[in-house]
Structure formats: structure tokens, C-alpha cells
Design a protein. Structure first.
Length: 215
């Protein structure tokens, strides 16, 4: 069976797997973004706290994804739980690092001006600092999403959702008629999803970042 015939016969299941893969990555990126920005906001004013946050989240990336999921399975079981925990942890570093860098890069004179007109600390953060730090934060989210697209394929090892199931199934049945088609369709599906997500982030950037900041 040719690759195109395989796609035609299995397109419904491929679409389901692609949706599950995209959904898992999207939900984990939402969690990683919320947690990462919170960590960045809490630590950027302190040199040692910011460095500790970046080092701690960077350490997570030194753990191989297969080992991470393998360590989580005895604790939380198979399926969605280890996938969500692992992907969220792996997505933290780019968000935390870029949030801290972005907040530290805000012009102090702008913050002083906001203080001078009576803005509270929270108002300055939400209305001045975070909006100005948004471009590097969005870049961190884009980088993290591209990473998670590939890492999410390993979730199939723990019966997780997504296109990784096709890849693992194809690898485990090498030599069979559709083994190569399964690996290829899973891999190409992940690449296409990564490109679609990146295009969405470019659009979000154009909609949420003023021309003055982009320039």
C-alpha cells in the first residue's frame, strides 16, 4: 500500500490522533504559560531568585523525556496524567526565562512614570511591565510549543494520546506492510501541527503587540 493510499484509508483515525496531539500540547502550554509567568513575576526583581528559577526549570530539560514519563507512571498511572505533567514541566524553561528577561528589560523610567501618576505595584505590573514584556514572553511560548510537539510523541510510551502512537506502532512492527507509513504519517502530522501552531502565534503577535514595540 502506498503512503497516499494509507492516508486515504486511515484519514479519520489520523485526524483524531492529530486532534488529541494538538489538544494535549495546547492545554499543557496554557498551564506552562500560567505557571511560568507567575514564577517570572515572583522572581524577576531578585537576581538570585530569578537565576534559581531559570536553573531549576533548565534542570528539568536534562531529564530524558522517556525517563521522565517512565518515572511518572508508577506515581500517577498511565494515560493523560503523566503526559500533562511531563509536558508542562518541559514547557516551563522558555516561558520563565523569557518572562524574567522581558520584565527586567522594561525601561525603568516608564515604571517610575507610572509610579509617579499614582499607579499601585499591581497596576504597574499589569498595565505597564507585562504588556512591554509580552513580545519576549510570546517568543518563549513559541519555542516551548515547538519543543512540546516533539516531546508529546513520547507520551505514547505511557498510553498517552496523540500521533506518537502511530510512530511507536510503526517502529514496533518494522518489516510489516504499513510500518513505514505509520511512522511517516505520525512524523509528518507532528511537523504540520507545529507549523500551524507557529503560524497562529505569529498572528497572535500581530494582534497583541503594538507596531511601536514590534519596531
Amino acid at each position: 500500500m502506498s503512503f497516499w493510499e494509507y492516508l486515504g484509508n486511515r484519514h479519520e483515525q489520523l485526524l483524531v490522533d492529530a486532534y488529541q496531539h494538538a489538544s494535549a500540547v495546547f492545554q499543557c502550554m496554557v498551564l506552562a504559560t500560567l505557571i511560568g509567568v507567575l514564577i517570572g513575576v515572583l522572581t524577576y526583581t531578585s537576581e538570585w531568585a530569578g537565576n534559581l528559577a531559570i536553573t531549576s526549570t533548565a534542570t528539568v530539560l536534562t531529564v530524558p523525556s522517556l525517563a521522565m514519563i517512565g518515572l511518572l507512571v508508577p506515581v500517577v498511572g498511565l494515560g493523560v496524567a503523566p503526559t500533562v505533567i511531563a509536558l508542562t514541566l518541559y514547557g516551563l524553561l522558555p516561558v520563565v526565562r523569557n518572562c524574567i528577561v522581558g520584565l527586567r528589560g522594561v525601561d525603568p523610567s516608564l515604571v517610575e512614570s507610572a509610579r509617579g501618576i499614582g499607579m499601585s505595584r499591581t497596576a504597574r505590573l499589569l498595565r505597564v511591565e507585562l504588556p512591554l514584556a509580552w513580545p519576549p514572553i510570546l517568543t518563549g511560548i513559541r519555542v516551548a510549543t515547538q519543543m512540546l510537539m516533539g516531546i508529546a510523541a513520547i507520551a505514547a510510551f505511557a498510553s498517552g494520546p496523540g500521533l506518537g502512537n502511530l510512530i511507536f506502532r510503526g517502529i514496533s512492527s518494522l518489516g510489516s506492510a504499513n510500518a513505514l507509513n505509520e511512522v511517516l504519517s505520525g512524523t509528518l502530522g507532528i511537523v504540520v501541527l507545529a507549523l500551524l501552531f507557529d503560524a497562529a502565534y505569529v498572528l497572535i503577535g500581530r494582534l497583541t503587540i503594538s507596531r511601536g514595540i514590534r519596531a
